[in-house]
Design a protein around this ligand. Structure first.
Ligand SMILES: [Zn+2]
Ligand SMILES: [Zn+2]
Length: 238
């Protein structure tokens, strides 16, 4: 999913910036100072069709580059399936330089503000972007329900104390993932090679007989030790 979301991340940011240059009649968009907490949207309050919108708040500041950041605000809101982006995840002072800062507004769950690139996104973020971003959602189309099933199953496994997966659950995950991948592959040929590879991995997982050996257990314990050590180091350096 990363190549797909990354493609749209760059495409939409480029489209949004092109729209800014035309609408604001400027030759470059370089603003690095507008804060989403106080930014005034470009559209006027009287023309607003949204139920919830920042144009209805009184104390708002206009972007000094001919309202450029306000135009980006409008674009991000328009592409959101429910016109309700999560502004808590974005640093709007980087909208002119970092496409990921625009895409992060489609992640409904807070806590992604510190992620610097799409590679820091987890499956929850990618699934939410795919559902909430109109263009990506149109591509995944009818299989977006399957995508949500994958996210739910993944969360159930991760949040269970045993982290076990039954054969039936695994079959479901593989089944839903195959449907999504095939649908995206027909509509987005740039990803076809990567998708074919992922499909072959899924096929292997579904036919492989897998039994847990002492070696697997010992490897898992070693991995957990490394993870804990890294987390402690990260905590110390903060
Ligand atoms: Zn409005
Ligand atoms: Zn600005």
């Amino acid at each position: 999913m990363i190549p797909l979301v990354e493609h749209y991340c760059i495409k939409q940011s480029t489209d949004n910036i092109e729209h800014v240059l035309k609408t604001c009649n400027i030759s470059r968009y370089t603003c690095k100072q507008c804060d989403i907490k106080t930014l005034k949207p470009f559209h006027k309050r009287g023309q607003c069709t949204y139920r919830r919108c920042d144009c209805k708040k009184n104390v708002r500041q206009t972007c000094p580059e001919n309202e450029a950041c306000g135009v980006i605000y409008d674009q991000i809101k328009a592409i959101h399936a429910f016109n309700d982006p999560n502004w808590l995840n974005t640093d709007s002072t980087m909208w002119s330089t970092c496409p990921w800062e625009q895409m992060k507004c489609y992640i409904a769950t807070p806590g992604y503000k510190e992620t610097k690139t799409i590679c820091d996104a987890d499956i929850t973020a990618l699934v939410q972007i795919s559902s909430n971003n109109r263009e990506i959602n149109a591509l995944i189309g009818t299989s977006s329900g399957y995508l949500d099933e994958i996210r739910k199953t993944r969360n159930e496994i991760y949040h269970s104390s045993l982290m076990t997966v039954s054969n039936d659950e695994l079959k479901d995950i593989v089944f839903h993932a195959e449907i999504c991948l095939k649908e995206v592959s027909t509509k987005f040929s740039d990803c076809r090679q990567e998708i074919d590879h992922q499909l072959s991995v899924l096929k292997r997982i579904s036919i492989e007989k897998f039994s847990v050996t002492k070696q697997h257990e010992s490897d898992a314990i070693d991995d957990a030790k490394i993870g804990i050590k890294d987390s402690l180091l990260a905590l110390k350096s903060e």
